[in-house]
Write a protein that binds this ligand. Structure first.
Ligand code: ADP
Ligand code: TYD
Length: 214
């Protein structure tokens, strides 16, 4: 049995994370791994509260939002029924659509990055991703994709904000290059091309069997 691992997808809104998570899951399963897919914000009561803030149903300060993400993430890790740590223990390879790098990038335009990093240090201490995959797309393309088929705009989904968030991602990638494994892929190409880049990286890092590397 191959050893299971933990992957976090990162990127600005509409960067193609969900699309790539699905494609990677299929490839890993075809290679014989058990795969569990999850995301943040989660569907726990804390995650629901965050989504209500994002859809403007309730209002909250950005610092409150940062703290809610900290709590939602700890539950995401520690939940006894389907927490990430439990799923890893049960032998699943876990893929999450967003993890703490999202908090560093999205919350730090509004508050001190060091506070956000410190506030998430419990989660980082419990579990660092074996690999973060950052899908890079231009904020212009992101907004175009988001606006297709949508009538409402969520908190953080403006071009100015997404430019800030993308800059923050790059600042963080440089800042944390010795602590975090981060693979950057060009998201401005067709889904198949991105999936191939990701698969080459994953199979080189984690799969022993060369037959599964294509
Ligand atoms: P995210 O999960 O990062 O928000 P999605 O995977 O949901 O992104 O993609 C956002 C939108 O862009 C969807 O409509 C999806 O079909 C489309 N999309 C995803 N990847 C690509 C791509 N590489 N090129 C063009 N459109 C894409
Ligand atoms: P998500 O559902 O992944 O949105 P999308 O599919 O459009 O990328 O995430 C919802 C929003 O939550 C997104 O704008 C990013 C934001 N977010 C934070 O601000 N901080 C965080 O720690 C996380 C996990 C997400």
């Amino acid at each position: 049995m191959k050893k299971n691992f933990f992957i976090a997808f990162e990127g600005i809104d509409g960067s193609g994370k969900s699309t790539q998570v699905k494609l990677l899951k299929e490839k890993l399963e075809a290679a014989g791994l058990k795969v569990y897919v999850t995301c943040e914000p989660t569907d726990s009561p804390m995650g629901k509260m965050i989504r209500d803030i994002f859809s403007h149903k309730i209002e909250a300060d950005h610092r409150t939002i940062a703290a809610l993400f900290v709590a939602d993430r700890l539950d995401h890790l520690l939940n006894k029924t389907n927490g990430i740590l439990k799923m890893l223990e049960d032998g699943y390879t876990v893929i999450t659509d967003r993890y703490y790098l999202s908090s560093y990038a999205y919350q730090s335009p509004y508050m001190d990055l060091n506070w956000v990093i410190q506030a998430n240090s419990l989660s980082a201490g419990l579990l660092r991703p074996d690999l973060n995959i950052y899908i890079d797309i231009s904020p212009e393309i992101s907004i175009e994709r988001i606006n297709k088929g949508r009538t409402s705009v969520e908190l953080y989904e403006t071009i100015g904000n997404l430019k800030n968030v993308r800059d923050k991602y790059f600042e963080i990638i440089e800042l944390l290059k010795n602590e975090e494994k981060i693979f950057v892929t060009n998201g401005n190409q067709a889904p198949g091309g991105i999936a191939n880049e990701i698969w080459t990286e994953i199979s080189n890092r984690f799969l022993e069997d060369p037959e599964n590397k294509n």
